[in-house]
Design a protein around this ligand. Sequence first.
Ligand SMILES: Nc1ncnc2c1ncn2[C@@H]1O[C@H](COP(=O)(O)OP(=O)(O)OP(=O)(O)O)[C@@H](O)[C@H]1O
Length: 251
Amino acid sequence: MAEALLEVAGLRKRFGGLAVTDDVSFDVAAGEIHAVIGPNGAGKTTLIHQLSGTLRPEAGSIRFGGREVVGMGMARRARLGLARSFQITSVLPGFSALENAALAVQARCGSSFRFLRMAAAERGLNDEAMAALEQVGLGARAGVMAGRLSHGEKRQLELAIALAMRPRLLLLDEPLAGAGPEETERLVGILRGLRGQYAILLVEHDMQAVFALADRISVLVYGRVIATDVPAVIRANAEVRAAYLGEDEAA
Ligand SMILES: Nc1ncnc2c1ncn2[C@@H]1O[C@H](COP(=O)(O)OP(=O)(O)OP(=O)(O)O)[C@@H](O)[C@H]1O
């Protein structure tokens, strides 16, 4: 079997006496959509923080592309291709969708554009930014101020910003939160379109979306992974049904 892109082993984190990440182990293959589900307070966001580098685990390892990243900061992990999509707050409302995406391209490239002539540099930035917008279905809205985009479009823009970082694995923390039914359908279609091109670690409460999108699902309960498997097996798992899905919903 090919080596996993992300390998998490024995990860531990406590807040006071509370074990919020309790010996967590799982892996994500290249191109896989791997969902992490669990009830409120299960530790999903805390797990994402440890993967992205904003929170340091007390024990365990996080290997990405064969390298240990626990000691690395967020920027270094992002440069390796482990990128987190930030919620709407990272979108600059006074800039157009294209400018928002172009800023992300520029952040990734650092000073490498400085050596090109101004016009060529700008064209290069804009072409890449436009490609990211088109990947998330926002091409036609490139010139619109981000502040004037709908809620769903802002979430699409966050995704474009993350894609402009050229990630190998995207960490998505509740990408569908606050989206209405139509927006959800659109966003699920966009995420489905990314499958195979990027690995995605998806934390999401919308079970319909999770079961439609995920190649595999890990179930987190009180900081522990109680099961990792393909959706059909997770749906039929008695422990998972009791702990999380509820007998009615899983029927
Ligand atoms: N900085 C912190 N200090 C102390 N306790 C914290 C801190 N951050 C989170 N917790 C606690 O850790 C536990 C896990 O929280 P976390 O936000 O990771 O859960 P979650 O699965 O993402 O929940 P939700 O689905 O509601 O977003 C909760 O009991 C929470 O109260």
